[in-house]
Design a protein around this ligand. Structure first.
Ligand SMILES: Cc1cc2nc3c(=O)[nH]c(=O)nc-3n(C[C@H](O)[C@H](O)[C@H](O)COP(=O)(O)O)c2cc1C
Length: 169
């Protein structure tokens, strides 16, 4: 898929079929995530890939904004390792770049996904740490819920010239 096609037509998908996602596609998504830019090129991310029903559903029990996971074939928790990147602001930005790369790859592969928040909600972070046995130095920054799409969401025109400032504000 063309890069602009992927960027301009990606939308959050929150309804999915029951079809399982092949391992090869999961690896393509994680590869795309790992090709994201990161401060000093530290690549401080880890990915928890969750495909067991009970473990996916647990995300909704931890974060009430994540009801869509109940239908999802897969969930990925994007985590930042604070031993690899000690600056938390960079860590979060790096993991966010990885999350967006993954979402674009998901769309390009004909799948659908949505970014579910974790950081900076401490209740969600602690809930995820406890259930998925995530060590203290690891921050679960974001979650992606994904599957084969069971809904179509139309692209929006978001181009806004009033947000562009030339040379000075
Ligand atoms: C940091 C962040 C946190 C988000 N958290 C949630 C969430 O918890 N639940 C949810 O349904 N969508 C969540 N979203 C998705 C946004 O609602 C969605 O991206 C936005 O409405 C724009 O729609 P689009 O993704 O279709 O372009 C989140 C997005 C971002 C970037």
């Amino acid at each position: 898929m063309d890069t602009f096609e992927a960027i301009l037509n990606r939308r959050s998908i929150r309804k999915y079929t029951e079809e399982k996602i092949p391992q090869e596609k999961i690896e393509q998504i994680l590869k795309a995530a790992m090709y994201a830019p990161s401060a000093m090129n530290y690549q401080p991310w880890h990915f928890i890939v969750i495909d067991k029903r009970e473990a996916i559903d647990q995300i909704f029990k931890i974060n009430s904004h994540a009801e869509m996971v109940k239908e999802a074939a897969l969930a990925i928790i994007i985590c930042g390792d604070s031993k690899l990147e000690m600056n938390k602001d960079y860590l979060v930005q790096d993991c966010s770049a990885a999350t967006q790369n993954a979402l674009l790859a998901i769309h390009a592969l004909g799948l659908g996904g949505v970014w579910v928040s974790s950081y900076p909600n401490m209740e969600t972070i602690e809930g995820l740490r406890k259930y998925y046995e995530i060590p203290e130095n690891i921050i679960p920054v974001s979650i992606i819920s994904l599957g084969y799409p069971a809904e179509k969401v139309a692209a929006e025109d978001r181009f806004n010239k009033s947000r562009i400032h030339n040379n000075k504000w």
